[in-house]
Design a binder for this molecule. Sequence first.
Ligand code: NAP
Length: 281
Amino acid sequence: MAEILRGKDVAQEIKDNILSDVEVLKKEGKEPTLGMVRLGSNPDDISYEKSIIRNCEKLGINTKVFENSLEMTTEELEDLLKKLNEDKNISGILVFRPLPKHIDEARIREAISPKKDIDCMHPLNLARIFEGNMDGFLPCTPKSAMEILAFNKVDLEGKNVVIVNRSMVLGKPLAMMMLNENATVTICHSRTKDLPSITKAADVVVTALGRAKFFDEKYFNEDSICIDVGVSLDDDGKLSGDIDYDQVAEKVKMITPVPGGVGSVTTSLLLGQVVKACKMN
Ligand code: NAP
């Protein structure tokens, strides 16, 4: 049976660091404050918002919600972001995505000040990652995968890492983070030929397709370290990862569960970036 890499302990360590940082900031008279921008009342956004507020309360981070109509235009959203960029009482800004289709997301990404961009939307912050600078704001999901590996003392130097995803929020920044740790990285996608032979030969496999139980045992070997980023519903309507956990967990070296793996670390990382923004600004 594989070693189960749970996110809970990783998240707790991040929260402990946030608590001590917030204490120091408050002694200096600084109040870390997260500004959340929401358009409409999508139930997923509301539940994410509630969970962030609950977590912030426990960590001593203030929150302000800027609720807007679903009809808000790109220009109006840009104006709101401009105000929040200039507001000294807001440390970091989170815009709930996906945005409605009529909003020009490329313009919104550039409208957030790179100094308050805790969700790493701004092209400048992404560009820093591609330059190998990991000191700024990082996209939380790939960072979560990295934190889980680091917490469990997986040394990535010289390891063959396969990432099945080439999106700008996940696969591409994650590849840069892995390279920064001196891993040898392969990115796979829907046009990749013979995926099982590529993943099976790897030391670490990160899956992020969004297709429940897609990866069965033929994709791995007994020493595989499996990081499952995918989240979707299986045929029974149960939350599932991309990996067929029940089958694969018995055959590999390490595996993250879904739920309880990568996704359980991301909110803590996001709040850590609010604290980072407060220190920077
Ligand atoms: P996405 O843009 O749809 O990316 C999916 C990737 O999988 C694409 O690169 C796609 O290739 C590739 N793919 C699809 N079918 C494939 C196949 N048969 N063989 C090989 N590659 C295939 O999605 P995303 O936004 O990056 O998110 C991916 C997953 O991560 C989703 O399940 C999402 O729920 C999850 N996610 C989890 C968290 C978390 O906190 N745990 C956060 C964000 C997202 P092409 O590029 O060729 O289409």
